[in-house]
Design a binder for this molecule. Structure first.
Ligand code: UDP
Ligand code: MG
Length: 319
């Protein structure tokens, strides 16, 4: 590639027909006004949209220069669509952002400034979130803190995927071919010099969230399982604890039988039996469930299927 652009802006889009035009408008307005006017490309990934998103992107492709359309063969999900875009992007720095304008393109200015200072990753930290339910905000806050405690990787709290990555970080990420992706964690794993810039997350420009509760949960489990094996160890800890309790109780029973005393006044009955059975049954099922989560992921990975398929790539004519 001879005329590699300096900046690539990668946007995964799934049913965002109402957002495409304003998105391109705002991104182009900001990148053309950056100091030292870097060359740029906007990589729009159509993640199997069922609305007019594809046609809207093609409209922009005809209207503007520097547009690249990556059309996936079907819907692969946000993280894989973003990966497809990053794999296609050729810029010296790659900016990943959502297509619903919740990530204000104006922040690109600050990203590029930090990159020019020599940072390899500039990620945006959500100082506030507009137009999102209290439930989503609270669960997200909790989630980032749990993941942080469970993993050895230094994943920043309250940062999404809106970020700039240098070429060497993007190249490093190309080597990660895992299917269940937690991109923000993978970027932290890579290391180099990383810095956060705070911003206020806007409301969605149009349309509805593509992350309903079930998808959010699955994404959260992906995040934890791909960066931590702590849940696997949890079962052993629980097993160890219940064994200790059982052992102490057994000694108590033996001693009280031998001495023929009954200080706790237990009646030999079903209450303690039921509690023990239910508790151990619960612990065992949780343990099997956790094993299943990891095993299912191992199964998915060993199949070694491609993680996404591109139907076609279209580029706008020369600038
Ligand atoms: N997205 C995608 N494929 C999907 C789901 C979402 O490419 O299967 C895109 C979506 O179009 C948007 C971004 O991922 O550009 C973030 O999605 P969304 O705004 O719904 O997530 P939220 O901001 O509600 O967490
Ligand atoms: Mg959004």
């Amino acid at each position: 590639m001879e005329n590699r652009p300096q900046l690539s802006v990668v946007v995964p889009l799934y049913n965002e027909e109402g957002n495409v035009a304003p998105l391109f408008e705002r991104v182009e307005a900001i990148v053309t006004r950056l100091p030292q006017s870097p060359s740029y490309e906007i990589v729009a990934v159509n993640d199997g949209s069922t609305d007019a998103t594809l046609e809207r992107i093609r409209d922009e492709l005809r209207r503007r220069s520097g547009v690249v359309l990556v059309n996936l063969s079907r819907n692969f999900g946000h993280q894989l669509a973003a990966t497809a875009g990053m794999d296609t992007a050729t810029g010296d720095a790659v900016i990943l952002m959502d297509g619903d304008l919740q990530d204000p393109p104006e922040l690109i200015d600050a990203f590029v400034a930090k990159w020019r200072e020599g940072y390899d990753v500039v990620y945006a930290i959500r100082r506030s979130r507009k137009g999102e339910s209290l439930f989503k905000v609270l669960t997200a806050r909790l989630f980032y803190r749990i993941v942080r405690r469970m993993t050895k990787v230094d994943i920043p709290v309250d940062a999404g995927d809106f970020r700039l990555m240098s070429r060497r970080v993007v190249d490093a990420l190309r080597g990660f071919r895992e299917r269940h992706r937690f991109l923000r964690g993978m970027v932290s794993w890579v290391g180099y010099r990383q810095i956060g810039v705070p911003y206020d997350r806007d409301e969605r420009h149009s349309g509805t969230t593509k992350y309903p509760l079930a998808t959010m949960l699955r994404f959260a489990v992906d995040g934890i399982t791909s960066f931590s094996d702590a849940p696997l160890r949890l079962t052993s800890y629980l097993g160890f604890c219940s064994s200790v309790v059982a052992f102490v109780y057994a000694i108590y029973i033996i001693v009280s039988k031998l001495l023929n005393i009954n200080p706790l006044g237990y009646t030999p009955g079903w209450a303690s039996t039921i509690v023990a059975v239910l508790f151990l049954g619960g612990v065992q099922l949780i343990g099997i469930g956790i094993l299943g989560e990891y095993l299912g992921r191992v199964y998915d990975e060993v199949k070694g299927r491609p993680i996404y398929l591109i139907s076609d790539i279209e580029r706008s004519n020369q600038p």
